[in-house]
Design a protein around this ligand. Structure first.
Ligand SMILES: [Zn+2]
Length: 86
């Protein structure tokens, strides 16, 4: 089995990193100095936290948290949207 390495810190993914699987793949286009390059970015949980915390505007949806007992994770349309867009 091939091990996944975090592009940001260079550490091998642990169990939780593999579970979350923060991976972004796609082609970079106009506006990027890497225009035309293929992006294959894997991030461990710790580096994802660092990116979130470095944002001037939080990318977190404050209304959604699966640990919120008021949200039914099986029926919430907002959570469904997130699952399919990541
Ligand atoms: Zn990392």
């Amino acid at each position: 089995m091939q091990k996944t390495i975090c592009n940001m810190c260079g550490h091998e993914f642990d169990f939780w990193d593999e579970e979350e699987g923060f991976a972004y793949n796609g082609l970079l286009g106009y506006g990027s100095k890497y225009d035309g390059s293929a992006l294959q970015l894997n991030l461990c949980c710790e580096c994802m936290d660092k990116i979130i915390e470095s944002c001037k505007i939080s990318p977190l949806d404050e209304q959604i948290n699966v640990h919120n007992p008021m949200i039914d994770v099986h029926t919430s349309p907002a959570l469904t949207r997130i699952v399919f867009t990541i």
